[in-house]
Design a protein around this ligand. Structure first.
Ligand SMILES: [Fe+2]
Ligand SMILES: [Fe+2]
Length: 172
């Protein structure tokens, strides 16, 4: 029998017999996916100045990465690479929308990024972007005293670390 599941990180619902091992929208790990009826998900968080500036920076990072990946999904010269970058683009766009909700913005700002034709260059760029995101999210998680903000930053560290492996495997 199918059930309605929900991700605690991005808030999106999923229909399936079992919970997915990773949120299909934001990539959050299994522990964050619960039956929708049992879960309360809030983005209504009081932000300290530090949390606000970190959330604003996180939004910029995610918009930039999503834009880069959408570009690479169109331009990269490898069929599997196109699929990989499309998948990553959708996940990073979902991450941007988490920060949009936290910051109570009407919409996600537009990004301007370029990318490469050569798949290996896009993979190397992906790796560098994910490493920077992880370092920033780790620091931001430590800097927050707010349990919800900390939880989102920590979940994002896990997700972006998964993304790092995807480029590492292909750059071998
Ligand atoms: Fe992300
Ligand atoms: Fe990522």
């Amino acid at each position: 029998m199918v059930k309605l599941w929900r991700c605690l990180i991005c808030g999106d619902p999923y229909i399936g017999e079992n919970p997915p091992p990773n949120c299909p929208f934001c990539g959050a790990h299994r522990e964050y996916i619960k039956e929708a009826k049992d879960l309360e998900v809030t983005y209504d968080v009081e932000l300290t100045d530090k949390d606000k500036s970190n959330a604003e920076y996180a939004l910029k990072v995610e918009v930039s990465n999503a834009t880069f990946y959408f570009c690479a999904a169109d331009e990269t010269d490898d069929p599997e690479g196109r699929l990989l970058f499309k998948a990553l683009a959708k996940v990073e766009a979902e991450h941007a929308s988490i920060w949009k909700k936290i910051l109570r913005l009407p919409e996600v700002p537009k990004g301007h990024e370029t990318c490469f034709k050569e798949n290996r260059k896009n993979l190397a760029e992906s790796h560098a972007r994910e490493e920077r995101a992880i370092a920033f999210y780790k620091k931001a998680a430590l800097e927050s005293d707010n349990s919800r903000i900390k939880q989102i930053f920590e979940a994002l560290v896990e997700i972006e670390t998964d993304h790092l492996f995807l480029s590492e495997e292909r750059l071998k």
